[in-house]
Design a protein around this ligand. Structure first.
Ligand SMILES: [Zn+2]
Length: 293
């Protein structure tokens, strides 16, 4: 495969930095328990912290640095907390789609995916008058059908990891995510003996994120930070994010942008360059290496 050229950013910019929040709160827990009774309050209260406290701390932090982020909100969370979307819009953040009940792609049919997407758009429009421009899959998993629906509704997607700058997959603008810069990987800890390891201390993770950012900046890439209201709204994590933003905002050639701005830029400048087909293929049945005599 020929090497792709360096990504082209707006004049005067060398890289992009995106602050995104997956506002899951208690919805993934509720979805996981949709067919069975919930026995205790522990996990629910842990996650409800996200809407009571965490989201406000994150919004305050962004205000301090005059940064506008992109908030992916399940329709069901907007329904439970009707002040949330208007509050984010009031603070000039982008609001985008994240399933209705934070459904995992593997748990639902194609028709259910479409229904959840359309219901979410309806709720966003009803509560804010704004039609969202982007979607992020709850489990960071996509299928060709899902991408085709995203295309039909003229949305961008932010769920895949095929580059570390925007690209085009099945004719959809993809603003990629990355596990390395997702807070849940390091800090998600729910107790009850189910976690495989204790939460990381923030210091080494901040060091790793700063290295990631400086190298991506050098390589004309994009740093996609993903945090969750119920995880990064906690004290230590807010301080850690503050230190990260102090560093990034001091670099004037880093483009700190909302994902819809990145999607518009990509469509205008780079739409024909970073294109992949996004087909699923793993059929080796007729390959000579599979033949046994
Ligand atoms: Zn989520």
């Amino acid at each position: 495969m020929p090497r792709f050229p360096d990504y082209e950013w707006p004049a005067g910019k060398q890289s992009a930095f995106c602050f995104t929040v997956d506002v899951d709160a208690e919805m993934p827990w509720m979805w996981a328990h949709r067919d069975k009774p919930m026995s205790g309050l522990g996990a629910l209260e842990l996650r409800r912290f996200g809407q009571r406290v965490g989201i406000h701390r994150i919004v305050d932090l962004l205000k301090k640095f005059n940064i506008h982020g992109t908030f992916f909100v399940p329709g069901g969370i907007a329904e439970l907390y009707p002040d949330l979307l208007p509050m984010l819009v009031e603070n000039k953040h982008e609001i985008a789609l994240h399933g209705y009940f934070h459904e995992n792609a593997k748990d639902i049919s194609d028709a259910e995916f479409t229904r959840a997407l359309e219901q979410s758009i309806e709720r966003f429009e009803q509560q804010t008058g704004i039609t969202p421009k982007g979607f992020r899959s709850p489990a960071w998993e996509m299928t060709p059908y899902m991408l085709d629906e995203i295309k039909r509704l003229d949305l961008y997607d932010s769920s895949l990891m095929g580059f570390d700058h925007p690209y085009t997959v099945r004719d959809v603008t993809e603003i990629p995510v990355q596990w390395t810069t997702d807070d849940a990987v390091y800090f998600r800890y729910t107790g009850g003996g189910v976690d495989l390891w204790p939460p990381s201390p923030p210091g080494p993770i901040l060091d790793g994120w700063l290295d990631e950012w400086s190298m991506l900046h050098r390589n004309r890439g994009m740093f996609m930070l993903t945090v969750h209201d119920w995880i990064s709204g906690r004290a230590q994590k807010i301080l850690m994010l503050e230190k990260l933003l102090q560093k990034v905002t001091a670099e004037s050639t880093a483009w700190i942008s909302k994902l819809s701005e990145l999607a518009d830029h990509h469509r205008a400048i780079n739409n024909d360059i970073y294109v992949v087909d996004g087909n699923l293929s793993a059929d080796f049945s007729n390959h000579p290496a599979r033949k046994v005599s």
